[in-house]
Design a protein around this ligand. Structure first.
Ligand SMILES: O=C([O-])C(=O)C[C@H](O)[C@@H](O)C(=O)[O-]
Length: 313
């Protein structure tokens, strides 16, 4: 049976969105076995979708052939149980190339990253994403962050673009997001999807829910799926007791720790996966490994989060 389109599969998800880290062996080469294990464990734990080779998966550090191998491995590991969305980025020509590689590797959709090393105006951004969307049959989620920040009018045009199904927000401007949601609701009524894609999105998810945005990425899911799932369940059921407890005792301190070093958004998450027993190797340059003391703090934090689930910390 052909699976439902990506947008339908992402509606009302049973778990957080999983952005796996990319695994490397001791010499720094891709370790696809470890990567498949990481993805398979996440899917079996209850991820709603796998976003392969995106920011957390060090998209920036992968050769095109490594990218394709990762996406193919994620598709194999997910085995049709949940959709696999792949990153696509850099300039327009390369983003198109990555999009086609992702399609060839069996991905169900694309997360279109901001264009590389250029500050473009709204018109140029629109041209860029239209070309990426036209390059394949894959549905596209546009990632707002850094140099790709959109006016509500541009998002309306994106929502009208064939193949563009949603916007992932990594900026965190709630006033802007409300304007975007309002403009798209009025101009392009339908099912355009929104994602809270801020770092440690759980920290802001109560606010995003109030805007009607229920989808969010979870870096914590990579290394502590039991904590990320308990948080997700708490929001889903509307009994916020566990969510509040985790925000106060786990997510806040985790976000603080993640802010201690440049690149910790990825390297600390990878350290967390290793702490939980899966050797996914170190991050590639220009990122660096977190300080030992920060990894120790992360280990204590994971224990604390687990204890909070029992309600006894
Ligand atoms: O591209 C990416 O990897 C992301 O934006 C997802 C991350 O999980 C993000 O939510 C984070 O870093 O917490």
């Amino acid at each position: 049976m052909t699976p439902a389109p990506l947008a339908a599969r992402l509606r009302d998800p049973r778990g957080p969105l999983f952005f796996p880290v990319t695994a490397y062996g001791p010499g720094g080469a891709l370790d696809l076995d470890a990567y498949r294990t990481h993805v398979r464990r996440g899917v079996e734990a209850g991820a709603a979708a796998v976003f392969a080779a995106c920011g957390t998966g060090e998209f920036h550090a992968l050769l095109p052939e490594e990218f394709e191998a990762c996406v193919r491995a994620a598709v194999e590991a997910a085995d049709g149980r949940v959709p696999v969305v792949a990153g696509a980025g850099y300039g327009t020509a390369l983003a198109v190339r990555y999009a086609r590689l992702a399609e060839a590797a069996g991905a169900d959709g694309l997360l279109a990253m901001p264009p590389y090393l250029v500050l473009a105006g709204q018109e140029g951004l629109l041209r860029h994403y239209r070309e990426v969307a036209a390059a394949t049959a894959l549905p596209v989620i546009v990632y707002q962050r850094d140099n790709a920040v959109f006016t509500p009018e541009t998002v309306v045009e994106l929502a009208r673009t064939e193949g563009v199904i949603g916007l992932k927000d990594g900026l965190g401007d709630l006033d802007l997001m409300q304007r975007v949601v309002s403009a798209v609701r009025v101009e392009v009524p339908g099912d355009f999807l929104y994602f809270n894609g801020l770092p440690t999105a759980e920290q802001t998810q109560l606010a995003y829910r109030a805007l009607g945005i229920t989808l969010y990425s979870s870096a914590v899911f990579c290394f502590a799926p039991e904590i990320a799932l308990a948080f997700h369940r708490s929001l889903h059921t509307g009994d916020l007791t566990v969510a509040h407890r985790l925000l106060d005792g786990f997510y806040g301190p985790f976000a603080d720790l993640r802010a201690q070093g440049r690149g910790y958004a990825v390297s600390l998450v990878k350290a967390g996966v290793r702490l939980r027993g899966l050797d996914v190797g170190e991050v590639r340059p220009p990122l660096h490994e977190p300080a030992d003391d920060h990894v120790k703090q992360l280990a204590r934090l994971i224990e604390r989060g687990q204890a909070l689930l029992e309600g006894d910390a």
